[in-house]
Ligand binder design. Structure first.
Ligand code: ADP
Ligand code: MG
Length: 374
């Protein structure tokens, strides 16, 4: 059932982190009201919400309260309780449904959905115990990477196995629950594409981002990506094929590996706005958060074109003091901080979009600023 949710109505967001906060900012600009469900009071989204529900994600009564105050419900992360999500789908209006949540919560379901769409994934196998691991490592080869099927993010729940003698060190991870073993791909670049598909079936995607991770955490996105147009076209086409096959409504962040022979493998997907799409906030006609809100409220999707070269730098806990001191004095640097109190190392506290004429000059500028040492 396609509904048009007019400005002035209330959008309920499950999850109160930075993605919810930036969705809320985009939605409020268009005149919507915001309700949020998060276990922590004064969360990044809670600070901006009209209605703040502080409760655990599996709390069905809290979900019911969210449902009562919301005209449409969305989510800012995929690790929400599938049971609660299904309850909301049945009793409220959740145009994104619960299927993509179910799939993206589990790396095994995710790999299968990607393969079913006709896109490539790196060789992998399902692992339940050390015997599985030994057997799988023989045909996958070394190095390989063991990942927990559920609950991993920013490199958490991963273990790189460089050689046979490392196998026993991976036992701890298997004790946490089912895993997958993947070939470790010596990729040339990591790319991502953010695709939006509205309740009306209309689909658009943003320009391809080139992403640099340090310690498995995204540090930098460079857009335009430093790739030939043919590869950019192929990456976009694959992301859209995947979104179509998954019957996406809302936003899909598609992470990819590009090899030096021009092959693209899908690494993982996220059914929500994505960190590698934060560059759109200052470099595109429409940003990924506005596009997400448009997709779920039944508006026409807006122009995703890029108008400026951009390099996005994540602000982790260890960067925060230096960023607060020097970035306000840099005229082409757009500062985004998420209102989080505790600046722990590696915690995503904000990001900075550096805008310019070309990425080469911006990359040099960031090096000269010296906050982000790689
Ligand atoms: P997360 O959920 O933590 O983002 P990812 O699977 O995206 O998990 O892994 C995080 C990062 O680790 C990737 O962006 C990439 O840099 C590296 N990585 C993960 N899997 C592989 C692989 N099979 N080969 C090479 N690098 C990998
Ligand atoms: Mg990832």
């Amino acid at each position: 059932m396609v509904k048009h949710i007019e400005p002035g109505k209330t959008i309920g967001i499950i999850g109160g982190g930075q993605l919810g906060r930036m969705m809320a900012i985009a939605a409020k600009q268009m005149g919507y009201r915001i309700a949020v469900l998060d276990p922590t009071p004064d969360s990044p989204t809670g600070q901006l919400a009209d209605v703040e529900i502080v409760a655990a994600y599996h709390d069905i009564e809290a979900a019911q309260r969210l449902l009562e105050v919301s005209d449409v419900i969305t989510y800012e992360f995929e690790s929400i309780d599938v049971g609660v999500c299904e309850y909301l789908v049945e009793n409220g209006y959740v145009p994104q449904g619960s299927e993509l949540i179910r799939i993206s919560q589990d790396r095994a379901f995710e790999k299968k959905a990607i393969t079913d769409s006709g896109c490539n994934v790196v060789a992998y196998d399902l692992i339940h115990n050390i015997e599985d691991l030994k057997r799988a490592s023989e045909h996958i080869g070394f190095p390989c990477v063991l990942k927990t099927r559920r609950g991993g993010y920013d490199g958490k729940g991963q273990f790189i196995i460089r050689e046979k003698s490392d196998l026993m060190n991976a036992v701890d991870l298997i004790d946490h629950g089912p895993c997958i073993l993947e070939r470790f791909l010596p990729f040339e670049k990591e790319l991502s594409v953010i695709v939006n598909r509205s309740v009306n079936g209309e689909m658009v995607s943003f320009p391809v981002s080139e992403n640099i991770h340090v310690d498995h955490i995204l540090l930098q996105s460079i857009v335009p990506a430093r790739i030939v147009p043919l590869i950019a076209e192929k990456a976009k086409q694959m992301a859209e094929q995947l979104a179509e096959s998954m019957e996406l409504v809302g936003t899909l962040g598609v992470e990819m590996f590009l090899t030096d022979d021009g092959e693209i493998y899908i690494n993982e997907v996220a059914p929500r706005p994505h960190n590698s799409g934060h560059y759109t906030l200052d470099a595109c006609v429409t940003n990924q958060f506005e596009q997400h809100i448009r997709a779920i409220t039944g508006m026409t999707l807006a122009n995703p074109d890029q108008h400026s070269a951009v390099v996005m730098m994540n602000v982790l806990g260890e960067h925060l003091d230096a960023v607060k001191m020097s970035i306000p004095n840099v005229p082409n640097a757009k500062l985004h901080l998420y209102g989080k109190q505790d600046a722990k190392p590696k915690r995503k506290m904000g990001h900075v979009n550096f805008i310019g004429e070309n990425t080469k000059g911006i990359i040099q500028q960031i090096k000269d600023i010296g906050i982000w040492r790689q």
